[in-house]
Design a protein. Sequence first.
Length: 255
Amino acid sequence: MLPWLLLVLAVAASRAELIKIPAKPIYEQFSAREARALMKALKKALLEKPARAELREHKPKRETQAERKAALGPLLDRLTLSVRRKHRMKASFWSAVEAAEAFLRKEHDRDLEVALHDIYQTVLGEPGPTFVGRVQELSELAADFFGMDRDLQRDSLATAAALRKKLQKKGAAQRAADAQRYEEIMQGFIERGPTHFETLGAKLSSLFAGSQEEVNKATLVLNALRDFLSDNEMARLIARLWDDASHDRHSPVEL
């Protein structure tokens, strides 16, 4: 081989070592189907008796969720090591969970939502990201709300208002605010019909492009809508928000 060619190849090789190709985000390294399978496998591993016993013994007393996650990280990594290896997930437990959450920021997947919710309940005793702000007592009414006649819709609205007032009297301010969110969605639909959701969708897009406080507020409304909308309707709404947010600095659902 010519000396000059050897020199060129050597220089190219040395430069290649210096050029680091950015790794894909974790959520782009496997499919939504693989994310569902991984979350279900992680949940199953954490529900085994030895794992549950260790989690009970190591309940971290921390103020914020981020601190509780960090405190439990090493234990969760150990408990789920074999599962993550089987699914070719080299990242940590919480990185795997965050990858699954990333899918839900851009597409609707009820099975994945439930699997994540079960994991958060098992590990932290808290609702999963898409269940924050949802009201179990109103979820069944919400699911049937759009198919009801106007009288039944008004009855459902009255039920939501009564629950809000009951929670306020008990001093459960956060749960009362959650119930009020359902009440406002019902009221808006009764007053304006289907056009209410066009207006609401535009408002959510605007909030998701705003401050973190506005993003958090919009996320709670979006979570409540998960109880009202069908899978297809929810998928269209999230796709719209993702498309709108692709030009903004925030993700469409920062949970």
